[in-house]
Design a protein around this ligand. Structure first.
Ligand code: AP5
Length: 221
């Protein structure tokens, strides 16, 4: 199964992609996680990307293309993947098609996690991320059992540097500017399904699994 998760910052793309990837036994590919890894390792890509990320702007398409081409050259993608945070604009969507065409693959499903602005602000302002395994928590919605400590691996939790109010606003504006044309792109290809992601994470997950289940059996759609 090859799935793209679309949605604004804070929609729950990362949270859901991690669970879905395990459920479906496929890889989770997050451009945000790959970029943050490059930043923390101080690679050339990370050095170039850091400023854009801290300002809430998109990292230039060409840098993302190089990073994604490298990621898609790994053998695990053959079993399927959940793409989280990519594509972000039409140019990236076309690049993705080129990369996948080279691998003789296509996308099965694009799920748009529609989320209201008040929910987004509440989620991002309380998000905590594990510095070791990348698991997501939330101060109130999904608190860790032990303060600032990851339930999964015991790693230290931190707040992302782009989860400041001013940067969140910029990220939302960038999303608003790019998302409509991207959504139309996948609507025209009859790949797009929109679900409300305002609800509890388990409810959103169930909606996605139902959707995937129906797609597996065309008679149910
Ligand atoms: P990226 O890391 O992709 O950030 P984003 O798209 O802004 O999305 P987020 O990670 O903020 O949110 P999410 O939807 O994953 O929500 P999450 O599951 O964490 O990108 C960061 C930056 O990198 C970009 O700004 C850009 O600079 C650059 N970049 C990345 N990809 C790029 C690309 N393709 N091109 C160019 N630049 C790129 O959930 C948020 C919080 O809510 C968590 O605390 C979670 O626990 C909680 N939560 C989640 N779901 C629920 C729920 N249903 N109920 C209650 N709480 C919930």
């Amino acid at each position: 199964m090859r799935i793209i998760l679309l949605g604004p910052p804070g929609a729950g793309k990362g949270t859901q992609a991690k669970i879905l990837a395990k459920e479906l036994n496929v890889s989770h590919i997050s451009t945000g996680d790959l970029l943050r890894q490059n930043v923390s390792e101080g690679t050339d890509l990370g050095k170039e990307a850091k400023d854009f990320m801290n300002k809430g702007l998109l990292v230039p398409d060409e840098l993302i293309r190089q990073m994604l081409t490298k990621r898609f050259s790994r053998p695990d993608v053959k079993a399927g993947f959940i793409l989280d945070g990519y594509p972000r604009n039409i140019n990236q969507a076309q690049t993705l098609e080129d990369i996948l065409a080279g691998l003789k693959m296509g996308i099965d499903l694009v799920i748009d996690l529609a989320t209201s602005e008040s929910v987004i602000i509440q989620r991002l302002s309380g998000r905590l991320v594990c510095s070791q395994c990348g698991a997501n928590f939330h101060i109130r919605n999904m608190p860790p059992k032990k303060e600032m400590t990851c339930d999964n691996c015991g790693g230290k939790l931190y707040q992302r540097s782009d989860d400041k109010e001013e940067t969140i606003k910029k990220r939302l504006a960038v999303y608003a500017a790019e998302s409509a044309s991207l959504i139309k792109y996948y609507q025209d290809k009859e790949k797009l399904y929109t679900i409300s992601a305002n609800e509890d994470a388990q409810v959103v997950l169930k909606k996605m699994l139902d959707l995937i289940d129906k797609r597996d059996d065309p008679l149910k759609v």
